[in-house]
Design a protein around this ligand. Structure first.
Ligand code: ADP
Length: 314
């Protein structure tokens, strides 16, 4: 079973408006509320792939109850540590072709919550084949928290697929407990290696993925939006190209890409199949209006159009 970790889940509320009027009343006819947070998008992606998945993390309050109800509706198994603290709402106002977002930071938690969650997580490890960790930490959690989760998983030889950014990611990269795989996008990678990356230049991509901070991470998958991905798998490099498609909503594509990677690792597939599967999932997500949703009926059609080239270094 794949375990997905979402430490700061949310109720994602979308308000479509013809026009957003500032300093006046905006009435919304059609409100959509979903269980959100990057890790829950990953969870749905894995579920669509037909692989057993368990969602965990921390949630609480009436917002937390709402998230659990939504997961029940989607038939998703979960086992969260439930606190007294209210989980967050994240609002997206869709207006005039724009998406204006208002994101709550979420509850402020403390060391007591850290300890209880670590014990909770430890108990889930025995059932897990692969672990995905996605998104930001709750306020009050130490910056090395994902390092602690990774260390515990590594002790049980469970591969960790990590998708976070900034200081939290750097803390893991600088520690001795490395994740099995990371999937930054270009901006996230640039931010951590402090280098410019030319995605049209193979030597620039290889140089970026060769950065000392990324040493000892077996799989580094740099996702490049409409340009597919560039990957280092152990010491081999792969360029992955994808067909041109009509994008409806690209939000959550990286999460669903991670779901494809996790599913593939769970099923022991080859590197080529893993990369094709991940790209196909990402593309399918961009073609749907709902974040973190894919229509698997289109899977084979797009899978066939993904091209993986093994780069032989000169
Ligand atoms: P993130 O969502 O983490 O920023 P990306 O934007 O790189 O990640 O998207 C992840 C994957 O989703 C891409 O590698 C690709 O397979 C697919 N994808 C994202 N945007 C597009 C797009 N505009 N056209 C086609 N595929 C896309």
């Amino acid at each position: 079973m794949i375990l997905t970790i979402t430490m700061n889940p949310s109720v994602d509320i979308s308000y479509p408006l013809n026009k957003l009027i500032i300093n006046d009343i905006n009435r919304v006819a059609e409100v959509k509320k979903t269980a959100g947070g990057k890790g829950l998008n990953v969870t749905r992606g894995i579920k669509y792939s037909g692989i057993p998945v368990l969602a965990s993390g921390i949630l609480g309050g009436t917002t937390g109850e709402y998230i659990q109800k939504q997961l029940d509706n989607d038939n998703i198994n979960y086992n969260f540590y439930v606190t007294q603290h209210e989980s967050r709402n994240c609002i997206a106002i869709l207006h005039e072709g724009y998406q204006t977002e208002i994101l709550e930071s979420g509850p402020v938690l403390d060391n007591h919550d850290v300890d209880i969650f670590l014990r909770h997580y430890q108990k889930l490890l025995s059932q897990s084949t692969v672990i995905t960790i996605s998104g930001s930490l709750p306020q009050g959690f130490p910056v090395d928290f994902y390092t602690q989760l990774t260390e515990k998983a590594n002790k049980h030889q469970i591969p960790v697929l990590l998708d976070c950014s900034g200081k939290t990611l750097i803390a893991v990269l600088k520690s001795k407990d490395k994740p099995y795989l990371i999937k930054p996008n270009k901006d996230e990678l640039k931010q951590i290696i402090q280098m410019d990356i030319d995605e049209n230049d193979t030597s620039s991509l290889i140089k970026a993925l060769h950065h000392p901070l990324l040493n000892d991470i077996p799989f580094v998958i740099l996702s490049l939006g409409q340009n597919g991905a560039f990957a280092r798998c152990h010491n081999q490099y792969y360029q992955v190209s994808i067909p041109k498609i009509t994008v409806v909503n690209p939000v959550g594509s990286g999460d669903v890409t991670l779901a494809g990677l996790a599913a593939s690792i769970h099923e022991n597939e080859t590197v080529e199949v893993m990369l094709k599967r991940a790209m196909t999932m990402g593309m399918l997500n961009t073609m749907e209006p709902q974040t973190g949703f894919v229509n698997m009926a289109n899977y084979d059609h797009y899978y066939r159009q993904v091209n993986v080239i093994h780069i032989i270094e000169k």
